[in-house]
Write a protein that binds this ligand. Sequence first.
Ligand code: CDP
Ligand code: CDP
Length: 234
Amino acid sequence: MPGRIIAIDGPAASGKSSLGVALARRLGYAYVDSGALYRAVTLLALRRGVDVQDAAALASLAAQTRLVVTRPTVFDGRQYTVLLDGEDVTWDLRSPEVDANVSAVSAHPGVRRAVNEHLRRSIVHEGTVMVGRDIGTVVLPDADLKIYLTAGPEARAERRAAELSARGKAADYDTILRALRRRDAYDGGRATDPMRPAADAMHLATDEMDLEQEVELVLRHLAATERPTGGAGG
Ligand code: CDP
Ligand code: CDP
């Protein structure tokens, strides 16, 4: 029996990748981070000096980019490795420059079309957990389970600051909070596929629960809604 498809959406640092990676591990499913693709297109645009408002140039960049996302190739806390034309750019995707420009790049419908095609091709038979902003609403509207994560902006900024410090990077809380609010507004306000919960999403407030509680809750829900196998004696 094929595994299920789980869509997880929510704002920056709401806990999507933590929950997504943990669920994929527990279930033996593939983990797909859609944000990494938008970040890779953004990194490439910045490197090539493409204007983040140039819709046509960005759309062709997104369609032509040779992106490979694999299991981690280095054990340095990463959840996957991203190769851009063979170069390992995994941590470059998390730079403040990419953070500041990714929402503008991802607002272009042509960029979204190219990324969505790539995302739909990454669904595997064993089961897939995909995280992002519009996975339950646009990319995989028929997902078996949709989850929408929330947490206050202050809690999310604190998380990002702690993560950056742990990686030895500069982490000014106020700057991070401002950038995060700006990205929330941009992602939620854009015309094409804005960030919003699907009507049938399960909502989880991650500032009221720890990761293990979230994982257990979702696994219980999945067990309770298990599809019948159809075999005799079931
Ligand atoms: O990890 P974090 O939540 O900070 O961001 P991300 O998931 O890596 O996404 C980076 C940016 O890509 C978001 O702020 C959105 O602008 C865009 N994005 C999107 O538009 N749609 C998605 N499905 C995923 C990301
Ligand atoms: O993927 P997204 O940007 O939505 O968030 P994340 O990278 O999974 O989580 C951001 C930070 O929040 C991580 O450092 C997690 O350890 C932390 N977190 C938390 O404090 N409580 C949770 N329930 C989930 C995540």
